[in-house]
Design a protein around this ligand. Sequence first.
Ligand SMILES: Cc1ncc(COP(=O)(O)O)c(C=O)c1O
Length: 423
Amino acid sequence: MNSTKQDKTETSSESNEDSRSSWRTIETNSLFADRISDVPKSFIREILKVTVSESIISFAGGLPNRDLFPTKALQDASNFVFENAGSEILQYSTTEGYLPLRKFIAERYALRGLEINPEDILITTGSQQGLDLLGKTFINEGDNVIIEEPGYLGAIQLFSVYRATFLPVALENDGLNIEQLKQVSGKKNTKLLYTVPNFSNPTGITYSTEKRKAVAEELNGKPIFIIEDDPYGDLRYKGENQLSFKHILPEQTILLGSFSKTVVPSFRIGWIVASKPIMDKLLVAKQASDLHTNYFTQRLLHQFLVSNSLDSHIKTIKEVYGRQAEAMVSSIKKYFPAEVSFTLPEGGMFLWVTLPKGISSMKLFDLAIKEDVAFVPGNPFYTQKLESTNTLRLNFSCVDEKKIEEGIKKLSLVIKKLLNEKL
Ligand SMILES: Cc1ncc(COP(=O)(O)O)c(C=O)c1O
């Protein structure tokens, strides 16, 4: 399959932007709200702009593999709802979301031993909107958010819009550094801890159950909610499932989920699991945002889910991603210099590489792109503005095994070149 075509889609909105600049005749900068002026443009989009060439092997994107989208089954589901539900599917609907879809989600949680009432599930426009609603609901300017570092860029951007102060805690191979967590969790106005405990974006790291329990023990009883963002949890191709924070500290956990990685991202269907007092506020926040998530896609998705096996579809995704992850790990072991370390993901779409100290992944990017291979330098996944880091994110979901080996081999040559320059 062609990886670069997928990246092109992600950057398509960028090209329009430049052609629009000509009509900017009034000085708008002084009119923008502080909350938006201070937040930088997505760094990844800037990076992806230079990775669109067909010849580039791109480990830079973060997209699910579109070859695996259940296109025909979704088309059938669409025909079915049009034929059977008629114009009702085109009407406004409730803010909470389509109840049968919320029931479907609750039933899947029950299979994992989580008793969730469908009333406690709010359908959102992707889990990204879930995050936005939580930011809107909880964060006053200057409130503290504890965040794993490196962490999900979309969350850093989002909480920055609400002018949160970040309390970064280092992410180790099995989860948060507990000593650092202890230092920050008692700070005044600390309201949220944001974590992606399964196959994190950007690192691919999964928290061990012990670490989850240690985090929960530290936060238990403190006025802090854990936001457990779990878009990748179903994509485990190796190892054992770990307990959710929702199992360990249910009262203090707000769960986010998504169909973006297990069905399709374009529907923009995700959800929040939260208790009633929080849900009441989230409903107000959601009404003010968009009234409700696209009702037609909720109905279409639900029809797909009841007339197909989601588990067998997920199994196919896991087989492909598992093979691709394996190809990346074995190529790294084969070609990268021994001084380079990397994570061993058991699921998800990403792997994280740490170069020897003093080697800049930005510099590596500039050289790698000349050799037709791309990745995302680590900088945007940290809450501080960093000139350079020695870390980088590699995505393996959209590149086939042969290309993965070819790309990693090319990258290894550039890394070796930089290492030799340092000597
Ligand atoms: C950790 C994490 N959270 C949330 C999202 C947003 O996903 P959605 O498509 O459900 O909005 C992503 C997307 O890549 C992600 O990696």
